[in-house]
Design a protein around this ligand. Structure first.
Ligand SMILES: [Zn+2]
Length: 1068
């Protein structure tokens, strides 16, 4: 054949593009031959589900159906429409591959005979393969389509993260069947690869030119209307593709994936269907492509599919067994990585791993958190204690300031635990099987030379869908082509195993938290969600404690006890679900928060009932021989240290406590009560042993009453045996010192200064607070009601103040100091109606310190107060838990809080972040009334010696007063566990997951010290075993990672290294 040799690269490249274009020249090009025959569907029947409900198949098919049609418009947003398709396939198509094409510009799902077959999603996935080889007997087919009136990424009005448009309608633009020519498809795939090689290899690449000329030859040889030419076209392609790489080429481990946010720009209920749509598509692909692997996280989503789509779940089970559908992560959901408590982190793994073990016999080996906004320094230890030593994310590539220096490395946590971490270097979990992504993966990889493989996760994500046929076809063809990285379809396990066995010695190490330099507003946004999260974390642990103690006493008395395992597990799982990485951080739409608050309400009401039932059962067992039951007021202390604190008695408290004789006894320092105006609430100082109870009323030793006085200088002076302070008319603290020191913590400025900032981010509204917000500081200093004394002791002294924040918002504060309490409390009520403002409270301290210490899960860490390096200043807003402390040698100030997570510190100014007001994706985020409390604790010595850690627990977990009908002979006081070492916090007491004979206790070393603690119990335990966090007993001799423990009843002696978590199983 005569050939002209054309050297113009551009025209040749564009020629290839047009030959496979779905837009241009489709009447004569190859793409136009992909579907050579088609016929429109007639007889489409339509049923609209009323009230935007989502109904199961058997309900939907029995609905009332009317005529539906292409061009029809269906809505509104979040409604569901079912379509019945009666399809007659032309008999002359016999022997051909036939597709159903459906495009409703929305998500949809194909059903047949009550079974879900595949998801559809507008342009991204618009065909379903009816048959690859049409037989004479299946010309008539009936399908149902469940159309959801939303797209994969929700329905943001005018922008991705905007609040959803509630009135959107969706047009059915395509509904037909067509013959699919797979020979044409295969050629198109080859052309696409050659085209992409030319386009994405370097300009002068030898291999690029080879691809260009190969594709050009193929077009010259190809007559799109004469398939007999295809053989020769293929031969030309094969000559190119047969040329392989050398051994040194980088290997990409490609795993199918589908990131499904458990709720985000859509509600939880829609996610259930997203899972079905995405995973049915994936298992269908697996039927056709035996090489395809798929990594799938979040036990909760599996549970949803199991409950709602049992036969899809069976299909998934089949592929899990084959090792291709791979459960990963080991957690209940992909949770936020900073805000949940340590115990909540462990429960994510406990319930997640148990689910995967029970359903699939699989133990997840990788912790999978690709999309979360920062990673706690305590995660490596928690992972390892849950049987996981590998970690995957990619979110650190979103850093705004500094590029994280590794993709494959050892991540060392707070206690020194190390896990192998990998960030897929393509910086995404939603790759599309494209050559440019493979090249980016290799070029971007920061551990070249140390390691020669990396992971590549492909499939549409965030809103679901997963891998498509095009992606799989492309990656299979890219297996080994000279000039491109090698591609291997593999599981995450195969990748990590390769690194562990061949390359782990060469890797670098990163110590401490993985701080994401973005999305730092998420420590504060949706304050109510965060408050409820904190409350519920404590509540569920307390409920477990009371019921576990009850269980053991019943065992001791040989009485059966019905421990509420199922209900507690149900409530924990609701709490864990709300810790999902777009819910707890505050980045979801309003619908999600309505659901989340409903779940919290359920946890609070059910949890409180369980807690009280447990206490009732526990105390009844204490004196089981008596029949004399009396109404008794008891105070319960769930924490593992003795506490002497002021409690508020309810109106139905023991009348003797409210007698008028007590009222006038204010000056009598031996009294234990105080009656405060205006409603006459009764306060009492009570002393309760560790993890135990005390019966009211109590005999009480002398106290030093709290002092309060307003002086001529308009300042209010307030003092107890721990601290003294002076408060100005705006509620600001002009003076504060720990007892016996004259050192004013606020000698350089006013403490408790409320400040407000402009808070306009670059794009991610609910997520981001930018560095420049710090330049817009304004003080709130307009009083509505100036500070006035409202309680005068002897047990509690209080000051009330109200401030105007703006024309729309105001704040009320009760500043109070209790007898025997080392912190001053700021109980705050904010009426908040702002637009893009950030409310903080500021504490300019006298101390000079290079670092501030912040609490995190089971420990604490330090961050700089200076902006020396870019790594320092990128941390202008950080996450902490119940307390933060700034100290010099021998004195300092701790800020405690009951529901906040955002802090900042620069030079000597510490700030606690209170409220934000973003408008997307929830336009009502944080609008309304908020109640929260923070506290200031000036101290001498170190914060450890001063007891800051314990006091922060006390603030968050007040002593509980309960009125119960109890035997008249119960002990007036009892402690069930105590710890002799303040460095060790015993936090969790629960029944073992397996059987009724074991109790799990979990504690941690909180000071950062190597130390020994003795835990003393008054309960009749017979044996003690060291466990991992999944409650598996660790055989003796395998104690490297676990603490050493010895037991001689009633004492359990545990040896700790800094921040070590210890889980023990006590046998009853
Ligand atoms: Zn996500």
């Amino acid at each position: 054949m005569e050939q002209y040799v054309v050297k113009n690269k551009r025209t040749t490249l564009e020629r290839i593009d047009k030959f496979i274009s779905p837009i241009y020249f489709t009447d004569v090009n190859l793409r136009g031959r992909l579907y050579p025959l088609k016929t429109e569907l007639t007889g489409i029947k339509h049923h609209k589900v009323p009230d935007c409900a989502r109904v199961p198949y058997h309900v939907a098919v029995n609905g009332e159906y009317e005529e539906g049609k292409v061009g029809g418009s269906y809505g509104p947003t979040w409604s569901t429409h079912w379509f019945r398709l009666d399809i007659d396939i032309p008999s002359e198509w016999t022997g051909q591959e036939v597709h159903l094409i459906w495009n409703s510009a929305s998500e949809a799902m194909v059903w047949k005979d009550g079974k879900v077959l595949q998801g559809l999603s507008g342009e991204d996935r618009e065909y379903f393969i009816i048959t690859k080889n049409l037989g004479k007997s299946n010309l008539r087919q009936v399908y149902y389509i469940e159309m959801a009136c939303n797209r994969e990424l929700g329905e943001g009005q005018g922008g991705l993260i905007n609040p959803p448009d509630p009135k959107k309608y969706f047009t059915l633009s395509k509904a037909h069947i067509a013959v699919f020519d797979r020979d044409v498809y295969n050629l198109l795939q080859q052309f696409q690869i050659l085209y992409d090689i030319v386009k994405h290899l370097p300009e002068n690449s030898n291999r690029g030119y080879q691809a260009l000329h190969t594709a050009n030859d193929m077009i010259n040889t190809c007559d799109v209307f004469d398939k007999s030419t295809f053989g020769n076209v293929n031969s030309i392609a094969q000559r190119f593709f047969a040329q392989k790489n050398g051994d040194s080429q980088h290997t990409i481990y490609a795993t199918g994936h589908c990131h499904i946010d458990s709720a985000w720009l859509w509600p939880y209920a829609e996610t259930i269907r997203k899972c079905a749509r995405s995973w049915s598509s994936t298992v269908s692909l697996m039927d056709s492509y035996p090489q395809l692997t798929f990594a799938c996280s979040q036990a909760q989503q599996f549970q949803w599919v199991k409950d709602n789509y049992p036969d899809l779940f069976e299909r998934i089970k089949h592929y899990v067994k084959e090792g291709r559908f791979v459960p990963v992560g080991g957690t209940w959901v992909e949770m936020d990585g900073l805000i949940p408590s340590g115990e909540a982190f462990i429960r994510q793994f406990l319930y997640g791993q148990h689910f995967f073990q029970q359903e699939f016999g699989v133990h997840c080996e990788e912790f999978w958190l690709p999309d979360t906004f920062g990673y706690s320094a305590q995660l490596p230890q928690i992972m390892k204690s849950c049987g996981i030593s590998r970690f995957l994310t990619q979110k650190m590539s979103w850093n705004l300031v500094n590029k994280f220096p590794h993709h494959t490395f050892w991540w060392e946590g707070l206690d020194g635990s190390q896990v192998l971490a990998h960030f897929p270097p393509g910086d995404s979990y939603g790759m599309k099987g494209k050559i440019e992504e493979l090249l980016k993966t290799v070029n971007n990889f920061l551990d070249k030379g140390r390691c020669n493989c990396s992971m590549y996760l492909f499939g549409f994500g965030d809103g679901g869908q997963g891998p498509t046929e095009d992606m799989v076809e492309s990656l299979l063809r890219l297996k080994d082509i000279d000039g491109l990285p090698k591609v291997k379809m593999a599981t995450p396990g195969e990748f990590f195993q390769q690194v562990e066995s061949a390359e782990s010695d060469n890797l670098c190490k990163w110590v401490g938290e993985l701080y994401l330099e973005l999305h730092n507003g998420t420590y504060t946004t949706q304050a109510k969600t965060k408050e409820k999260n904190r409350r519920c974390e404590f509540l569920l642990q307390n409920a477990e404690l009371s019921n576990t103690l009850a269980l053991v006493l019943h065992k001791k008395n040989n009485v059966d006890y019905n421990y509420p395992s199922d209900e507690l597990e149900r409530l924990w799982k609701l709490l864990l679900l709300n810790q999902f990485h777009d819910v707890l951080p505050g980045s979801s739409i309003q619908m999600v928060y309505k659901d989340a608050l409903k779940y919290y309400h359920d946890i609070e009401t059910s949890g409180k009932k369980i807690l009280v039932n447990g206490l009732q059962d526990l105390l009844t067992q204490q004196a089981k021989d008596t029949n004399d039951f009396v109404q008794t007021a008891i105070v319960f202390n769930p924490l593992c240290w003795q506490r002497k604190e002021v409690v508020v008695l309810p109106p139905n408290a023991d009348d003797k406590l409210k007698s008028p004789a007590r009222k006038k006894a204010k000056a009598d320092i031996s009294t234990i009560t105080q009656i405060s105006p205006p409603e006459g609430k009764v306060l009492a100082l009570v002393d309760v042993p560790s993890m135990g109870h005390a019966v009211l009323p109590l005999a009480m030793a002398d106290i030093t009453p709290v002092f309060i006085e307003k002086k001529d200088d308009q300042l209010i002076y307030i003092q107890n045996e721990h601290l003294s302070a002076a408060i100005d008319p705006l509620g600001r603290v002009v003076y504060m010192a720990a007892a016996n020191t004259e050192k004013n913590v606020f000698s350089k400025g006013l403490g408790n200064q409320i400040v407000i900032f402009d808070d306009v981010p670059l794009f991610w509204d609910a997520w981001d607070v930018m560095d420049y917000h710090l330049e817009t500081r304004k003080c709130v200093e307009e009083g509505i009601q100036y500070a006035m004394i409202v309680e005068e002791g002897p047990l509690r002294a209080s000051v009330e103040v109200s401030l105007k924040i703006s024309d729309h918002s105001y704040l009320k504060q009760v500043i109070s100091l209790d007898v025997n309490c080392p912190y001053m409390k700021f109980s705050t009520e904010v009426h908040w109606h702002e637009n893009h403002k950030f409310l903080k409270v500021e504490f300019p301290v006298a101390m000079r310190a290079m670092q501030v210490t912040y609490e995190l899960q089971f420990g604490h860490l330090q961050r700089s107060t200076h902006f020396n390096t870019s790594w320092d200043w990128a941390r202008y807003e950080v996450c902490g838990h119940k307390w933060a402390d700034i100290s010099e040698h021998d004195w300092g100030l701790a800020i405690l809080n009951d529901s906040k997570y955002g802090y900042s510190a620069r030079d000597n100014v510490m700030r606690l972040s209170l409220l934000r007001s973003p408008k997307a994706p929830d336009p009502k985020a944080d609008m309304g009334v908020h109640y929260f409390t923070y506290a200031l604790m000036p101290h001498t010595g170190t914060f450890q010696e001063a007891g800051v850690i314990q006091q922060a627990y006390n603030l968050n977990c007040p002593l509980q007063l309960h009125h119960l009908k109890l035997p008249s002979t119960i002990d007036s006081m009892a402690s069930y566990f105590s710890v002799d070492n303040p460095a060790v916090v015993l936090e969790t007491v629960k029944k073992g997951e397996e059987g009724d004979d074991s109790v799990i206790i979990r504690m941690y070393e909180a000071f950062g010290s190597t130390t020994t603690a003795t835990i003393t119990t008054t309960l009749p335990f017979t044996e003690v075993h060291v466990c991992d966090s999944l409650e598996c007993i660790i055989p003796r001799g395998e104690v490297d990672f676990y603490p050493l423990v010895s037991f001689d009843h009633p004492d359990i002696v545990v040896q700790f290294t800094p921040f070590k978590i210890a889980t023990l199983m006590l046998m009853v």
